[in-house]
Design a protein around this ligand. Sequence first.
Ligand code: BGC
Length: 760
Amino acid sequence: MKSKIYLLLIVLLGFSACQKNVQPSTAALDQRVDSLLRLMTLEEKIGQLNLPSAGAFTTGEAESSDIARKIEEGKVGGLFNIKGVAAIREMQQIAVEKSRLKIPLIFGMDVIHGYESVFPIPLGLSCSFDRELIEHTARIAAGEASADGINWTFSPMVDLSRDPRWGRISEGSGEDTYLGSEIAKAMVRGYQGNDLAANNTILSCVKHYALYGASEAGRDYNTVDMSRHRMYNEYLPPYKAAVEAGVGSIMASFNEIDGIPATANKWLLTEVLRNQWGFDGFVVSDYTGVSEMIAHGIGDIQTVSAKAVDAGLDMDMVSEGFLTTLAKSVQERKLTEQQIDAACRRVLKAKFMLGLFEDPYRYCNADRAKAEVFTAANRAEARKAATQSFVLLKNENNILPMKKAGTIALIGPLADAKENMTGTWSVAARFKESISVREGLEKAVGNSAKVLYAKGSNLTEDEILEANSTLFGKSLNRDKRPAAEIRNEALRVAQNADVIIAAVGEAAEMSGEAASRSDITIPETQRELLQALLKTGKPVVVVLFTGRPLALAWEQENVPAILNVWFGGSEAGDAIADVLFGDVNPSGKLSTTFPQNVGQVPIYHAHKNTGRPLRGPWFQKFQSNYLDVSNEPLYPFGFGLSYTTFTYGEIQLSKTEMTASDSITVSVEVTNTGNRDGAEVIQLYIRDVVGSVTRPVKELKDFTKVMFKAGGKKTISFTVNVEDLSFYNSDLKWVAEPGEFVVMVGTNSRDVKEASFELK
Ligand code: BGC
């Protein structure tokens, strides 16, 4: 009987094993999905909406598990948290050989910034301001993941965040709407390519829809409350950009929006996402996002599950609320079977598009896995990408780059910390094979210099904080000796050196999920180590590890050179050596403002002017400012130094008036005034001077990264058109309003040249 149904299915669906990489037309696809749906029982349809976590199976255990039984019973649509061709093949086999309708599973994973070859954390990568590079990293990640059995990634994370207390700021692209949107598109293109059924592309899932990065006080999973005006103009565009780039799936966020959790928010999941944006992929909840609505206080598991489906959620990650209650809700007429059909249709469609019905093992090729994962070529690309993510924050008297000569003291809790190099959300990484700073430096200098190492301090004196910041096998091997003893040992090492490199900052798991901080400084014991190192009188270079903007006022004041390396990925140590020794000239620019202190948060460049802006020097009574700190950030958005210097000429406009149907060319001559080749990220900002609603003091509208020879100059041009001048007005209509606009071009959001023009 079973095999008869399968035969019928094959005929009905008209698929053929040799039809490789052919995307059927939408109509043909819909027909196939509908034919399959007609064969399915209500329970089987609901089964497709269930996404359990596989846990960390090793092959062999899988078959006897509870999940295996559920797959056989048609109660599972896909799995995640499962790694490797053998384990994945085993599960797929159960689905396509033992379940009644033999529908293949989809296999997801958090491939966030690379697979085994790990790229910098997304916040770092965004500082490259390089669309092609970012797309390329996503393409490599897709290539490795798909070779190892994965066909769906929970990435990109495009949650705009202006709150460095929030640990997950590390997983996104920072504070800016335009930059975030450009990166969202690049990543979707990179993962999905132009043929989802190709065996080296994977389905992308943009997350966390929506506004997750605006949780109150930067505390993870906290409440969000935001005006529609701000949502439309600032926070929603990156998700929309991903949809426009063709992303196949989207993940609902944990937070509430207008008092209704995103997971069951019909306005968000249906009105905005499907009706306004035309999204036709499927929506998955976040991990236990459905059952968490019980704690949110909007009903029991049956109620919240029905609400989620009614709102437009298609797949339930982990909660099993759909599996256990949706049939009952249909029987009780709380939902219609058509609603279940709609959700199931979307999930099945994705599986068809991935080519899984043609070949459920398309992504399970052990030979490919061996040949294409963690390859020397991919690791070389990861090393290059890492160099592009680093941001040089300070370089007094050109201490950097260093010479490969003499004696270098490498000191700090992050100096010899392989497991921490990849940063947060690197679930497929081979931590033990990452390149530490120590290894990177030693390799780079060879016999030409001596590298001496000492730890110098623990991450923090607080043992519990350290334990919670070094989870998931990322221990920093706590030294049990008193802080002074660890420090003195390092000082003895430093005495013999010509220069000190201090690898300090955060551990990898001090940012990421459920890793919010209320204090965003470098832990005290490391600050004390720095103070002691500075007292030696030797030049000190800080190599800063962090997953968020930190408050570095003291370091900026006291340390001569600071290279922010975020978490650079599996090849971080080599990349750090490349930049410290000047084999690569740093060109990263901050994608998030660094505050002077945590009290300034949220602080971002595209702020409003207010009715009482500070004009002239701080402090002024009855103007918008603080008594105890100026309004200036420590490092503005877009900031980052180079080993060379650039000067900008005055802005030339092709005309000073434009209409909605034409455009203006904005040109600037940029000169590399130093004696090294270097890349510069040239940034274009616009201010709408008078509007029907208040407009930000500046908004990033374009950027380009250009390589300049030492002494070379180039004229850089941008085209400004009406889209760049448009915004959502108070009726949430996308409009451009006639009047004056100021255009700014510069090396960061603070240091800009200005000109103005009029939109007629
Ligand atoms: C995170 C998501 C992630 C999911 C699956 C959740 O805890 O919020 O970003 O994709 O787990 O691992």
